[in-house]
Design a protein around this ligand. Structure first.
Ligand code: NAG
Ligand code: NAG
Ligand code: NAG
Ligand code: NAG
Ligand code: NAG
Length: 246
């Protein structure tokens, strides 16, 4: 009897999880290049604000996005599956999955200029789908896919008491944070505003220092996860706290 009840709970939990998983997007076309070398060092510290990508759960599975894909930073953290469609001479079979971690800026002559959809991949991800490192810009098909992450959502504190700044990282589900709210143990929910990428700010709320903090993360597909008291009352600038996950 008890076993049956547990099974029902397990089945229901899986059903709810399945509902929460974002659907894969439709295939679209773009082009892809790479920057840096196989170490991926050049891809660290990108525009989304994650800093060292190995410390924030992304590693080499990363890409910079052209203007039309980047969407002013909202696509930071979103996951894309890419496959090369330049034919068997230039393409490897299969696909690669990357997280958006940077912006490929427009330039006088650039494949990243609007209206082009362009992925500037880490070299390691490019070499997953291209046969040679001198294949240049390759046509690809791509689609949004759910992000698979290990562990919980991370909140890295930056700034100072008068300009509290939080980098949100390692977000599963659709991955792209659309809205972030914070609640101090002694306050109601306060919306934060996007500084850039996935760096969010809260101006002139110094009373938040010394309170334990909870966060509501809403992704672009309008799912919300609440992380209660992830930062203890003695939270510090420069520290990372984790809790909650899609
Ligand atoms: C990449 O960075 C790591 C750590 O800073 C360093 O040890 C390594 O030599 C770098 N590799 C290249 C190719 O620059
Ligand atoms: C590109 O591939 C060639 C041949 O395999 C190799 O000699 C070269 O070092 C590679 N370039 C980079 C940047 O890794
Ligand atoms: C909580 O807020 C109340 C009312 O604003 C204030 O009087 C009190 O000192 C606050 N407590 C803490 C621990 O911040
Ligand atoms: C994020 O917040 C803005 C402003 O409140 C709202 O217009 C928008 O619909 C929200 N987006 C999502 C995905 O909830
Ligand atoms: C997001 O979901 C909430 C309820 O969960 C709904 O009230 C709101 O309209 C939705 N917003 C968008 C932008 O879909």
């Amino acid at each position: 009897m008890a076993m049956t009840a547990i099974s029902v709970v397990v089945v229901m939990t899986f059903a709810l999880m399945a509902m929460a998983v974002m659907a894969q997007g439709p295939w679209d076309t773009a082009d892809a290049t790479f920057y840096g070398d196989m170490s991926g060092n050049a891809t660290m510290g990108g525009t989304c604000g994650y800093g060292n990508l190995f410390e924030h759960g992304y590693g080499l599975s990363n890409t910079a996005l052209s203007t039309v894909l980047f969407n002013d930073g909202e696509m930071c953290g979103a996951c894309f599956e890419l496959k090369c469609v330049a034919g068997p001479d230039r393409c490897k079979e299969g696909s690669t999955i990357v997280t958006a971690t940077s912006f490929c800026p427009p330039a006088p002559v650039s494949l990243c200029n609007p209206p082009q959809k362009h992925f500037d991949l880490s070299m390691a991800m490019y070499m997953n789908i291209a046969k040679a490192n001198n294949s240049g810009s390759i046509p690809v098909q791509f689609r949004r896919v759910p992000c698979v992450r290990e562990g919980d959502i991370g909140f890295e504190f930056r700034g100072n008491p008068f300009w509290i700044s939080v980098q949100v990282y390692n977000v599963a589900g659709s991955g792209d944070v659309a809205n972030l709210s914070v609640r101090g143990s002694n306050t109601t929910w306060v919306p934060m505003t996007r500084s850039w990428g996935q760096r969010w700010q809260l101006s002139f709320r110094p009373e938040m220092v010394g309170q334990s903090l909870s966060f509501q993360v809403t992704t672009g597909d309008n799912n919300t996860v609440e992380s209660v008291d992830v930062a203890p009352a003695n939270w510090q600038f420069g520290q990372r706290y984790t809790g909650g996950q899609f």
